[in-house]
Design a protein around this ligand. Structure first.
Ligand SMILES: Nc1ncnc2c1ncn2[C@@H]1O[C@H](COP(=O)(O)OP(=O)(O)OP(=O)(O)O)[C@@H](O)[C@H]1O
Length: 295
């Protein structure tokens, strides 16, 4: 995927400053409580995994963090300030995300998709854009250069002029990450970034996340692939039925009997049937009851 590779192991920054804090976040849809009084935090340059069986509330929680949903109760703080429940304001504050179902502009090129992400940081107003003055041209040139640099970073420079819809699935996922990075975030939220990827692409995604951290970002990743999660994260939080069931280092969470039970046990048996992760997660081994290092 990328021209350069990083072999950085996960580096815990658990004593760093809180970048994002969610306090008592609850999201109800009618009678259904999808997210139930969740406390959650991410520190600077930390990589945090959010796991849980299907329907646990992971994506709904991301939607609460990114202003797509206004939580029924609770609050989300970013650098100590309350984040307004408006997606554009959240992006401007420095939080970017990708989606479980890829949301690219299919009829635009890869380069144009990344440039669109950048526009939330440019200053040219409508008048300048219409008149095409010097400021507009300078910003447009800078936006293009930055977009090329990000395509390079995710290993897609060669595909800059390809329409997004013609890119292979794995490339579309990386393009979404490049577009999110174009907004200059401090925190990147990835919703199932390796879904549909083959093992080689998944290894490359791990490397990409480490390199994103090296650029100074924190990352929160929702994923069903437990090997990927436990190989990339400093800390893992497991949600079940909207509540935090377990939280800790990858080793602590993957050996937590409650987590094993949630994926393979009786009370959550339906989760096993539903979850594409279950095949991967529910393969207890002596070393790694829920996945473990990439073999
Ligand atoms: N807009 C909505 N309206 C009503 N119910 C919703 C809505 N969005 C999610 N839900 C419900 O909230 C619960 C949590 O869903 P959510 O998609 O957040 O789970 P998830 O952990 O992301 O699942 P998955 O791993 O399958 O993506 C589910 O029962 C879902 O049906």
């Amino acid at each position: 995927m990328t021209e350069t590779t990083s072999t950085s192991p996960p580096t815990s920054t658990s004593t760093g400053e809180w970048l994002l804090q969610a306090r008592g976040v609850t999201m109800r849809f009618g009678g259904l409580t999808a997210v139930d009084n969740v406390d959650f935090g991410v520190r600077e340059q930390e990589i945090v995994g959010l796991i849980g069986p299907n329907g646990a509330g992971k994506t709904t929680f991301f939607n609460c963090l990114t202003g797509m949903y206004r939580p029924t109760s609770g609050q989300v703080l970013f650098r100590g300030r309350r984040l307004p429940p408006k997606p554009q304001a959240v992006t401007r504050a420095g939080v970017a995300r990708t989606f479980q179902n890829i949301r690219l502009f299919n009829n635009m090129t890869a380069l144009e998709n990344v440039m669109v992400g950048r526009y939330c940081r440019t200053k040219s107003g409508a008048i300048s854009a219409i008149l095409r003055g010097p400021r507009f041209h300078r910003e447009e040139r800078e936006t293009r250069e930055r977009a090329y640099e990000l395509l390079d970073f995710v290993g897609l420079r060669r595909a800059a002029d390809h329409l997004a819809r013609n890119l292979p699935y794995g490339d579309q996922r990386r393009l979404e990450i490049a577009r999110a990075l174009a907004t200059d975030p401090s925190l990147l939220l990835l919703d199932e970034p390796t879904a549909g990827m083959n093992p080689q692409e998944t290894r490359e995604a791990t490397d990409l996340i480490f390199r994103i951290r090296e650029r100074g970002l924190a990352v929160v990743v929702i994923e069903h692939d437990m090997r990927f999660i436990f190989g990339v994260c400093d800390r893992v939080v497991c949600l079940v039925r909207g509540r935090v069931l377990s939280e800790g280092t990858p080793t602590q969470v993957q050996t937590d009997p409650r987590v094993v039970e949630a994926y393979i046990g009786g009370s959550e048996a339906s989760a096993e049937e539903d979850s594409p992760a279950a095949d991967k997660a529910a393969q207890p081994t002596e070393e790694a009851p829920l996945g473990g290092e990439e073999s």
